[in-house]
Design a binder for this molecule. Structure first.
Ligand code: GYE
Length: 324
């Protein structure tokens, strides 16, 4: 009881110091002369994949189009760098902080600091695992479990007899790695013939996918399918499979997630067999949500990106218009 009262008192004291309750409509923004230019601090994961490159471009282009002053940082896939960037944005008194959390856990402390500074936070692309939903206003991004399910559905529909799958996981602890694994496993659970015989992280990079696949090819006597949590790792696996004298897409089938241009090209060429789409073009929706949040308007707590899947024929048809 006593502890609760002390905590409440210190929150009030902190509010007095940091002017809680103000801060909408560009408060604390030193760039907008009339105070209505929104300043956004964006803490990006890194530049690990084709998906990420497209996502970064979308955010930068759409911030410009929306007249939002964007401060951008690249955390090189390290949580401590993202936390540092967020603290920096708090110090600079930006109007809004948006970020794509590299991993799910460990954000409560820094997000509480943002909350106490009265700076709203928007999660984009990846989610956090926290019981305190007051730490962010909304989460815009894909349903990664659903993506895993779509990959699993294809696997179940296309398995002919006993099937050994090796899994190239995304970054350990990242929402898309956890959820894409979960959704896939859920779907293949009904088919005891389909087994994940090895599963390891390739950190969402091409080189990571290649390295892990090389090791799998040495340690696993029979590999029928690669399930890669993104295109880049699948493309790395293709290199490893070719180097081992096997034919990707035929001797070993490949399922990936993302549908970026390089992945779609490999699918059209028959080296990848199926891709689950994950849309990186989140910039426009992010800027729209930002404007509402800064004005203090109500926004839905979760905005899910719409996406589909691609077979070889569909990839061939979609490639000429593919933007990323
Ligand atoms: O699938 C992968 C990237 O978080 C959805 O991160 C994103 C994932 C994407 O590195 O390519």
């Amino acid at each position: 009881m006593l502890k609760k009262i002390t905590t409440a008192a210190s929150v009030i004291a902190l509010c007095a110091l940091t002017a809680c309750g103000s801060g909408s409509g560009g408060a604390g923004n030193s760039t907008g002369s009339s105070g209505d230019t929104i300043t956004m601090g964006f803490a990006q994961v890194g530049a690990e994949s084709g998906w990420r490159t497209a996502n970064t471009k979308s955010i930068q282009d759409e911030a410009k189009a929306a007249g939002i002053d964007l401060k951008f940082s690249d955390a090189q896939q390290k949580q401590e760098n993202q936390i540092k960037a967020i603290r920096n944005y708090i110090q600079q008194k930006v109007d809004v902080i948006a970020f794509s959390p590299v991993v799910e856990t460990g954000w409560d402390t820094v997000l509480l600091e943002a909350k106490r500074a009265n700076i709203p936070v928007i999660l984009t692309d990846r989610a956090i695992d926290s019981d305190d939903t007051s730490l962010y206003k909304t989460f815009l991004g894909s349903d990664f479990v659903e993506e895993g399910r779509k990959a699993g559905d294809w696997m179940v529909a296309n398995a002919t007899g006993p099937t050994n799958v090796v899994e190239l996981q995304g970054t350990t602890g990242a929402a898309p790695a956890i959820d894409r694994k979960k959704g896939f496993e859920e779907k293949i659970a009904s088919k005891p013939d389909i087994k994940i015989v090895a599963s390891q992280t390739g950190d969402f990079t091409r080189s990571g996918g290649k390295q892990v696949m090389e090791a799998f090819l040495k340690s696993q006597p029979k590999i029928d399918v690669v399930y890669a949590h993104n295109d880049d790792m699948g493309l790395g696996a293709i290199e490893a499979i070719k180097a081992a004298g096997k034919v990707p897409g035929k001797d070993i089938k490949i399922i990936t997630v993302d549908a970026v241009k390089d992945g779609m090209t490999a699918l059209a060429n028959g080296e990848i067999n199926f891709i689950v789409e994950c849309n990186p073009l989140l910039g426009k929706q992010l800027m729209e949500l930002t404007k509402k949040v800064v004005k203090g308007e109500q926004v839905p707590p979760r905005v899910v990106t719409e996406e589909g899947t691609f077979t070889q024929e569909q990839a061939k048809a979609a490639l000429p218009q593919r933007q990323y």
